[in-house]
Write a protein of this length. Structure first.
Length: 271
């Protein structure tokens, strides 16, 4: 499996090259088995064709023995894969706006304690009086389609707190640890102001945020790309599935486009 590095990104030139996942065959097999588990919700597995979980997690090289932190897991789409995958050998943390932002994971724990009972919960972003992931303990931190929320100030009164979010993710990781970011991709030539309303964000913005927090860029994959998405829809990214915010207006058109075009970026915390 080979994946393309994103080409020139705004003012930051990135050489076009092929990037292997670096994941050995045994790891890819373990991830494929986790994705194929019958315990996953059918509504979630139906979206695998858009979200490519096995390939994405292989690119981030997530191992069963890792301490994995997922930022804002919401209802637990990736939790259904990751929590059983690391159970017994590693640790899964689900972190979100405290305390309501992790209610979806509490629901999973109540539904199936055997699969999800070992999940650890914490706040993110964490204020001083909130439970948090201990600094320097995570092997991998993953955030799926959240950076645009931080840029838009969701849950924080409209204030852009993406810089603080990246600093907190950096603190969680062990030296040498991995940050994996997936988000809706805004074209580099688009008006940057659209990041505050459309749900899309530029690759260059994510890189600047990560590097300002201390991360080193480690690669990009096109596994979650969708060239049919032009990122200029009447109600932002929520025009497309699965949201269909326009309801029945041009629904067949948006269904044919599919879910959004997404960047998949990997960063390292320096040793």
């Amino acid at each position: 499996m080979r994946m393309l590095v994103i080409g020139a990104i705004g003012s930051v030139a990135v050489a076009v090259a092929s990037v292997a996942t670096g994941a050995p065959a045994t790891l890819q097999s373990d991830l494929a088995a986790a994705v194929a588990a019958p315990s996953r919700t059918p509504a979630n597995t139906a979206r695998d064709r858009y979200r490519h979980p096995a390939e994405t997690l292989a690119f981030f090289a997530v191992k069963p023995s890792d301490t994995v932190v997922e930022i804002w897991p919401s209802g637990g789409w990736y939790t259904e894969i990751l929590a059983p995958y690391v159970a017994g050998k590693g640790t899964y943390w689900g972190v979100g706006p405290w305390p309501k932002g992790v209610d979806g994971l509490r629901g999973l724990q109540e539904k199936d304690a055997a699969l999800y009972g070992a999940i650890k919960l914490a706040a993110f972003p964490a204020d001083a009086d909130m439970p948090r992931v201990p600094d320097g303990t995570a092997d991998v931190v993953l955030t799926f389609r959240n950076v645009h929320n931080w840029r838009m100030g969701y849950q924080r009164g409209g204030i852009d707190y993406a810089p603080d979010a990246f600093r907190q993710m950096f603190a969680m990781l062990k030296p040498g640890g991995t940050l994996g970011v997936v988000d809706h991709r805004l074209p580099e030539n688009a008006d940057a102001a659209r990041e505050r309303s459309s749900g899309y964000v530029k690759v260059s913005t994510v890189r600047q945020l990560a590097e300002a927090a201390g991360f080193v860029f480690d690669g990009a994959s096109e596994v979650n790309a969708n060239p049919r998405d032009t990122a200029d829809w009447p109600d932002g990214v929520w025009t497309l599935p699965p949201s269909y915010r326009l309801k029945d207006v041009d629904r067949a058109k948006y269904a044919a486009i599919g879910e959004s075009d997404r960047m998949t970026l990997r960063f390292r915390k320096p040793r």
